[in-house]
Design a protein around this ligand. Structure first.
Ligand SMILES: NC(=O)c1ccc[n+]([C@@H]2O[C@H](COP(=O)([O-])OP(=O)(O)OC[C@H]3O[C@@H](n4cnc5c(N)ncnc54)[C@H](OP(=O)(O)O)[C@@H]3O)[C@@H](O)[C@H]2O)c1
Length: 253
């Protein structure tokens, strides 16, 4: 089920790039890295299309962006929708809404993700394994399936698939998550070979950042790592400077 939220006014120009302002679609903006990245990009003047499964948190983010805009209006700039990336139909509705609003993304960040609770593989419940695969791999594929044709039509676009250090190495207790992120790396490099000129896809390891996800696997030690707010400026700059020459690259923030 995909429920559009009313768009909000937003017009922050302070710190905006003097060159082109982008429309950036980010999945999973209700908290963690996705939320911090959305706030950072909006503060630079870019337009954010955000989604997650938590309409209350999306509304709160809209309010935060509107109050940050200090009354300067630019109605309909940001778009937030309640989307479950595990559902192709839900992502399809997002793509339809974006096309209708003529808000074709220049950049897509496939950020929505989840991790299994720490456990040996044979002790991870089947439904938890499924949720990790359905979100991290199939969710990413659902976004690619629905948005690559839109980008091809628009003749340009950069796609960032959020990977992990655990998409390039192995760790005990998180085998389902590692498997899903290795899959994201393979999916990314393969799709890169299929894209026409003008479109690129990269896999991005964001580093190790103190979010709900990190607290799930690291416990209290998660607090030793950087906050999403300190991560976001570096990530935003890297993402905004990606070009088609990066197609297929495994990158790290
Ligand atoms: N934090 C790190 O150190 C780290 C390291 C390596 C990679 N990563 C990757 O970075 C990305 C963000 O991680 P994070 O640490 O910010 O995680 P997080 O704090 O747990 O946030 C995950 C985000 O994904 C959304 N989400 C989860 N399932 C979804 C679904 N089915 N449909 C739509 N949205 C969904 C959540 O929103 P709702 O629950 O509201 O739907 C939330 O906004 C993930 O892909 C993760 O694997 C993080």
């Amino acid at each position: 089920m995909t429920t559009p939220l009313p768009p909000t006014a937003m017009n922050i120009v302070a710190g905006a790039a003097s060159t082109s302002l982008k429309t950036v679609l980010i999945t999973g903006v209700s908290r963690g890295l996705g939320k911090a990245l959305a706030l950072e990009l909006a503060s630079r003047g870019h337009t954010v299309i955000g989604c997650s499964r938590s309409p209350e948190k999306l509304s709160a983010l809209q309010t935060e962006l509107a109050s940050a805009s200090d009354g300067r209006s630019n109605a309909d700039k940001h778009i937030f929708m309640n989307v479950d990336v595990r559902s192709n139909r839900s992502v399809e509705e997002l793509a339809r809404a974006v096309v209708e609003k003529k808000a074709i993304p220049d950049i897509i960040v496939n950020n929505a993700g989840t991790i299994n609770g720490n456990n040996k593989l044979w002790e991870v419940p089947e439904d938890e394994f499924d949720t990790v695969i359905d979100t991290n791999i199939k969710g990413t594929a659902n976004v690619l399936r629905n948005f690559i044709p839109v980008m091809i039509e628009n003749k340009h676009g950069i796609i960032v698939n959020m990977s992990s250090g655990w998409g390039r190495s192995a760790a005990a207790q998180v085998a389902p998550y590692c498997a899903s992120k290795w899959a994201v790396e393979g999916l990314t490099r393969s799709v890169a070979k299929e894209l026409p000129p003008g479109i690129a896809v990269v896999a991005l390891n964001p580093g190790v950042i103190n979010t709900d996800m990190l607290q799930s696997c690291f416990g209290t030690s998660a607090s030793l790592y950087p906050t999403p707010e300190s991560w976001a400026p570096r990530a935003a700059t890297l993402i905004l400077h990606l070009t088609v020459a990066d197609n297929g690259a495994p990158l790290t923030v």
